[in-house]
Design a protein around this ligand. Sequence first.
Ligand code: NI
Length: 159
Amino acid sequence: MAILNIVKDGDEILRKKSREVTVPDPRIDTLLDDMKETMAKANGVGLAAVQVGKLRRVIVIDTGEEQLELINPVRIKEEGVQETLEGCLSCPGQWGVTRRPEKVVVETLDRKGKKRRVKGEGLLAKAICHEMDHLEGKLFYDEAVRMLTPEELEAYEQA
Ligand code: NI
């Protein structure tokens, strides 16, 4: 496994659309393992492959309670609304309030290429939506309700 470099906001690759992958593929296994290690090192909740410079529809998530690998995910259902604070490993120092579905259902492939359905609620739903936006070249602040002011950010970081 390897720690990969996380691409930062301003790099145009983050604005590109990621491509579907074919699994099983040992290179995708390696990518997933490296992404997990990279996310853990950075204390992140989620990471999309584009954030390590690979335009592939591959995501890892770890909310602390739930761990997920998403490959070519498609959102098939969403329900409710949550407004919470959100940030991104590619956007250090930027935090904003976003509006996301409270619950989502996605169809994804596992490493072997088998189709699975995954349900997410609360933080997991937010993470799934945030990471799936990365696959389309979107960043969380594009549609944030509002971003924290420098004063709010300072108070938040000290809390
Ligand atoms: Ni992000």
